[in-house]
Ligand binder design. Structure first.
Ligand code: ADP
Length: 263
């Protein structure tokens, strides 16, 4: 089997196979099958409550997978088939895979008791084993890249929402992730800074080959950065196509209705 970081791997970077997710009696995802190829940027759209955020949280192993399998580069993430049975993947193995996945959240989720620099260098030092000097140098580059080069010593509470989100993007990128998950990253921001934060992400999309799975209500951003858009409804993919087709000529009635409500 190819190694996880093998750029010549023929596996999809993310594969959902027969995935189900229940919260108590409520079925949020059912018979969900899709895959994302290396370097592909895929945006999930659909009505609120259709399960989009749950999908990202499953990839980040922040939610328990009720049934089915998720593979990252062909490696089982949470459960695998062993001797014909569905068995959990060891937590050590899960953690190893998770280091290759970065996530940016709606509410930033920075560590409030740490400086910006500590927020960004914590995982590279303690998880990847980078030296403090190396991690700090990379963090400075990233702070420059996301447009807050002078905030290294600030604490999150001293920053505006837009600045916090820039730091959160830098923190995710500091792990050199193969996969970047963006969960409604501008929904909690003041409208006047949304465009700037999206520009940072447009630059990331343009200048890296990181695979992205994106949940956003910003349709023009989705249209510009995505290779593919998947429309969800009732926990299922009802349409998956290139953004041009989805936004100008959707084939599914639900997609048409959804877009006419949000555009
Ligand atoms: P979307 O991102 O498309 O708005 P979500 O994935 O956030 O949808 O939520 C899908 C459904 O799952 C919603 O009905 C939501 O209320 C429910 N849900 C999400 N997280 C939980 C949870 N921790 N406990 C119970 N229900 C949840």
């Amino acid at each position: 089997m190819p190694t996880p970081t093998d750029p010549h791997s023929t596996h999809p970077v993310i594969e959902f196979r027969d995935v189900e997710k229940h919260f108590g009696d409520k079925t949020v995802l059912k018979d969900l099958n899709f895959s994302v190829e290396r370097g592909e940027r895929v945006t999930l759209i659909g009505p609120s409550g259709s399960g989009k955020t749950t999908i990202l949280r499953l990839v980040m192993t922040l939610e328990e997978l009720s049934a089915g399998y998720i593979y990252i580069d062909g490696q089982p993430l949470a459960y695998e088939q062993r001797n014909g049975k569905r068995m959990p993947v060891s937590s050590r193995e899960q953690k190893k895979i998770r280091t290759r996945i970065g996530m940016v959240f709606q509410q930033f989720n920075l560590f409030p008791n740490m400086t910006v620099m500590q927020n960004i260098t914590e995982a590279p030092i303690h998880v990847l084993g980078k030296s403090k000097d190396e991690a700090t140098a990379r963090a400075r580059e990233l702070l420059e890249q996301v447009g807050v080069p002078d905030k290294a010593d600030a604490h999150p509470t001293q920053l505006s929402g837009g600045q916090q989100q820039r730091v959160a993007i830098a923190r995710a990128l500091a792990m050199d992730p193969e996969i970047l998950l963006l969960d409604e990253v501008t929904s909690a921001l003041d409208p006047e800074v949304v465009g700037d934060v999206l520009q940072v992400l447009r630059d990331v999309a343009e200048n890296t080959n990181v695979t992205m799975l994106i949940v956003t209500h910003e349709m023009s951003f989705a249209r510009d950065v995505s290779h593919r858009v998947m429309m969800f409804d009732g926990g299922k993919v009802v349409e998956s196509n290139d953004p041009e087709t989805i936004f100008t000529n959707p084939s599914n009635e639900r997609t048409r209705q959804f877009l006419s409500a949000v555009l």
